[in-house]
Design a binder for this molecule. Structure first.
Ligand code: PLP
Length: 364
């Protein structure tokens, strides 16, 4: 079976972990600081513009907390994402506002954000997601938001190394959050990184991840233990070095898939936005024949996945709060048609050919 995801780890990571274990410093230490600096620079930011944390979810929680919004304040976001994007809003007693997505990219657009902010000036922040590894219209969104005094947190959990107009994601918004979960373009097992342009907010994030204290036992704000371990940082430093090659491999696999699948009347292949570098965390096709195609591919030894089978407002926790009535025709339609095919760097050339043949042999 060709798996839908598989981490790409080697002897470099093994050696780095062994070194940390031998050093005796397992919790946060110089390795974590080095990883933060390297990651910030990778995003085109100064070396102190990144805060490592224990996961993408904790990073989002911290980022939203750092905004200091009052209970009940509204935060605009996408309904078509992993649940963590919206949960970090709910967690602080804030109100997520969901708008519909673009049918081609499955992401909220700058035009949609502008219309929503103008329709409801009480919205205080926006959290767009660079979905599947494709940058959203982040420059335009930040312009639209900042013109209205609204802050932006980029959810970069799926888009390490993606860029819009040559500018890396994670360096455009006030804050940005990456995930290093095992299936992501680079991994630390579990882990996350907060980056961004807003130094004051980043500074708050840095203390929140460490019990709200800059100095031991001087807790100046509400904080938690969301620190990254040195073991995770050591893996992260190796993975970051490999990331450009890993992303190139994903892009090559994606290009081969698109070439091989073009012209199938019942299948829509993913498009790269103009001026963008899509890093294909997921290669997602759209089809009205998803259940039968998925079964056929499984029979051909090809794993697939559905990201996402439900819009966030329809998840029981949100539906119980009345969100299921939000009108989201495009996003709800996408939940019925999207299908992710294997694209990760551990899929060989023959594997990609197998995927193409398997899709082409399907008769709807
Ligand atoms: C868009 C998005 N946001 C947030 C997260 C949460 O990251 P983590 O799993 O590291 O907590 C994920 C992870 O899958 C994600 O895909």
């Amino acid at each position: 079976m060709i798996p839908i995801a598989r981490p790409c780890l080697g002897p470099e990571e093994e050696r780095a972990v062994a070194e940390v274990m031998a050093s005796g410093m397992l919790a946060a230490g110089p390795k974590v600081r080095a990883f933060e600096a390297a990651f910030a620079r990778f995003c085109g930011l100064p070396g102190d513009a990144a805060v490592a944390c224990s996961s993408g979810t904790s990073g989002l929680l911290v980022a939203v907390q750092s905004l200091g919004l009052p209970r009940g304040a509204k935060v605009l976001t996408t309904p078509f994402s992993f649940i963590a994007t919206a949960n970090c809003i709910m967690a602080w007693g804030l109100e997520p506002v969901f708008i519909d997505v673009d049918p081609e990219t499955a992401m909220i657009t700058a035009e949609g954000v502008e219309a929503a902010l103008d329709a409801d000036p009480s919205i205080r922040a926006v959290i767009p997601v660079h979905l599947y590894g494709q940058p959203c219209e982040i420059h335009q969104m930040v312009e639209v938001a900042h013109a209205r005094g609204v802050l932006v947190i980029e959810d970069c959990a799926q888009a390490h190394g993606a860029s819009e107009n040559g500018v890396p994601v994670g360096s455009v918004g006030d804050l940005a959050v990456f995930s290093f979960y095992a299936t992501k373009n680079m991994t630390t097992g579990e882990g996350g990184m907060i980056t961004g342009r807003n130094d004051e907010l980043l500074d708050r994030c840095r203390i929140i991840v460490d019990q709200g204290a800059r100095v031991r036992y001087q807790h100046e704000t509400l904080g938690f233990n969301y620190r990254m371990t040195s073991i995770a940082a050591a893996i992260g430093l190796c993975q970051l070095e490999k990331l450009p090659a890993l992303n190139d491999h994903r892009r090559r696999n994606a290009a081969t898939l698109t070439e091989g699948l073009r012209g199938i009347p019942w299948l829509r292949v993913p498009a790269e936005r103009d001026g963008c570098v899509h890093v294909f965390h997921q290669y997602v096709v759209q089809t009205d024949h998803r259940p039968a195609l998925q079964e056929h591919l499984a029979n051909c030894g090809v794993s697939t996945a559905i990201h996402y089978p439900k819009v966030i407002p329809d998840q029981p926790f949100y539906a119980a709060d009345g969100f299921a009535t939000v009108d989201l025709p495009v996003a709800r339609q996408l939940t019925q048609t999207v299908l992710a095919l294997p694209v990760h760097p551990m899929v060989s050339t023959e594997g990609i050919a197998t995927v193409i043949d398997a899709v082409r042999s399907f008769v709807p």
